[in-house]
Design a protein around this ligand. Structure first.
Ligand code: PYC
Length: 326
């Protein structure tokens, strides 16, 4: 029996991996990106698990399924996914996608439109290789929300949208460093569960599935350092594009970031994204700049007899992939 092959290109953006599926993905039809995402979730969730979960991937990998865009002004459509589910938008993943498309010769320096389930974004590939993503409209939804976190006490933060929902915390008493990842992960996971238990949500009851802690930077050229917990309990190695957008929306709302001013956000591994905002009514339009590098190109191979061909579900709780014949 011929094994199934999925052609992929891997990259990292500020340390955070992206795996772009170039060919071999399921047929999702020609609807909107939200409709195609629903089709992927409903009928082909095994594909998500096979691409990003162990033994081929890891909890940190974000997958990016390249789709033919319905809107021909866009260079690509993309659906982002991770170890437990799907992301409306992904900043580091968009930077990785642009660098990947440039690596294949499909695009060159200039501005390119990309359509995602959260809306269209444009990305500028600079001659230097850096990429600026003009992200979706971002805003602070609630300021100064206090929750009880069992074992940790009361904690106050902001709820903001940057393409995903975030709870952003400045006062937490934890050291933001790589040798403290375990404690940071357990703490932010407890925060996420407490938000859910207390009924604290994003607009329209949306689940807050990212938690972001801030502290002083280690780098002299940065304004702040962060730790970002992603939905599947992995931490973002990059400063998180959507998280930095949510941060910029809060800074703007507090009068601490003016349109056009640069904020440099350092990640837990020491990489940096720059963000500026333009204002659109009560929301901001963030532009995130970062760099990515291609790390691998090849085929994933799904052999019929391999009991783990559809991946090992992440411990943070995705459904076991359906072992369908495909
Ligand atoms: O860069 O937006 C981002 C992101 C979301 C989850 C992981 N990275």
């Amino acid at each position: 029996m011929t094994p199934q092959r999925i052609h992929i290109i891997d990259s990292h953006t500020g340390g955070e991996p992206t795996r772009v599926v170039m060919a071999g993905g399921p047929e999702l039809g020609r609807g909107s990106m939200s409709e195609r995402l629903e089709c992927l979730r409903r009928d082909f969730d095994w594909f998500r698990s096979a691409v990003v979960n162990e033994p081929r991937g890891s909890d940190a990998v974000v997958g990016a399924l390249l789709c033919e865009p319905a809107d021909l002004t866009c260079v690509a459509g993309v659906i982002f996914f991770n170890n437990v589910g799907y992301l409306g938008m992904c900043g580091h993943g968009t930077i990785g996608l642009v660098v990947t498309l440039a690596y294949t010769g499909r695009i060159g320096p200039g501005v390119h439109r990309i359509v995602t389930p959260a809306g269209s974004v444009s990305a500028q590939l600079h001659p230097s290789g850096a990429v600026t993503v003009h992200n979706v409209a971002s805003y602070r939804y609630r300021a100064g929300v206090t929750v009880d976190v069992p074992g940790h006490g009361r904690l106050t933060g902001d709820v903001a949208w940057g393409g995903n929902w975030f709870f952003l915390v400045k006062e937490h008493g934890l050291k933001l460093s790589l040798d403290n990842i375990e404690q940071l992960t357990e703490f932010t996971w407890a925060v996420r569960k407490s938000l859910s238990a207390a009924g604290v949500s994003g607009d329209g009851g949306a689940e807050i599935d990212h938690v972001e802690l801030f502290g002083p930077p280690d780098r002299k050229d940065a304004h702040s350092k962060n730790f970002v917990l992603c939905p599947g309990k992995a931490y973002d190695r990059s400063p998180c594009g959507t998280g930095t957008s949510a941060k910029a929306a809060c800074l703007y709302a507090d009068g601490k970031l003016r349109p056009g001013e640069v904020w440099r956000q350092e990640s837990i591994v020491g990489s940096v994204f720059e963000v500026t905002v333009a204002v659109d009514g009560s929301k901001v339009m963030p532009s995130i700049t970062g760099t990515a590098f291609v790390t691998a190109e090849g085929d994933l191979i799904l052999q019929e007899k391999d009991p783990f061909r559809l991946g090992i579900p992440a411990s943070a709780g995705s459904e076991p992939a359906v072992l369908a014949r495909h």
